[in-house]
Design a protein around this ligand. Sequence first.
Ligand code: ATP
Ligand code: MG
Length: 341
Amino acid sequence: MKKVILTGDRPTGKLHLGHFVGSLKNRVELQNSGEYDMFIMIADQQALTDNARNPAKVRENVLEVALDYLAVGLDPTKTTLFIQSQIPALYELTIHYQNLVNLGRLQRNPTIKTEIRERGFENSVPVGFLTYPIAQAADITAFNANLVPVGEDQLPILEQDREIVRTFNSLYGDVLTEPEAMLATDEKSRRLPGINGIDEKMSKSLNNGIYLSDDTATVREKVMQMYTDPDHVHIDDPGRVEGNVVFYYLDVFAPNDPRVAEMKEHYQRGGLGDVTVKKYLIDVLEGILSPIREKRAYYETRPDEVREILRAGSEKANVVANETLKKVRDAVGINYFDKEK
Ligand code: ATP
Ligand code: MG
């Protein structure tokens, strides 16, 4: 039996470079290895937990995320691409798992705490948002996923999902598969910072990203705005490489490039301007983004084809999720009217 992978993205915006290095690149490699059964979910229901008052944003971005998937090389003949809200079993699984988690445990989750702060939810957090780790346990277990490729920010959520699985299995028997997180091998890729500074994760909701669909002029403009070293005022001043977003990106997107090593040394010594380094980064990013852009443009003119890919994928996903739901109902003992118990 092949190992199963499940992962996904919230349709709160187009996908960015953080997604690319943190997860998408990995997914394409795993897909093409042929060694896994991969399910990739557009998590619209999760996106609604903090966007309930703006459902149009979520709806519009479902197609955008799908376009990004196809653009980076996810292939619907090899990978099941589906929409979370179209899988009713996930709602019911969530209800079952809710009984296994304490409120305090949810409130202590460090990622949830950060996200509550970032969204200004300190005084009134939607219940659905606070409990999204539970819904995520439903997503993962519905497909019996062994592996979940994610960025570093998702580790505390996945830890909570694993706890839910263990609690369920200890109460009701060995029914659910315990998943493992799968991080990018390159450490710096696990949490790509936004363009404004090293401490902030690149995030759709924070408006600090470079998107896979950004055109050349936009990429150039965003790189030119990037945070570098605030004390590097004159070209001759020695500059800092640590904490400098431009060098961080060069480490991630041009690893082992001897020109980058040279530039770092020159920058630290003094005499190398930010603009030169930024121009180099623009070229590096263009090399990565232009084939993605091209492929995206192809699918942008074929929205019906993309919708059909998601419909067919959701149909397939439903079959698997319903099987798991049946096992869960049997295990809990609420299968009163089933003939073959
Ligand atoms: P939102 O702001 O709506 O939460 P997001 O930009 O955080 O959006 P998600 O859809 O929440 O994106 O995340 C999808 C996947 O991409 C997750 O596995 C997440 O860990 C990963 N990811 C998101 N941002 C980054 C990043 N900056 N670096 C590496 N991985 C990331
Ligand atoms: Mg996020």
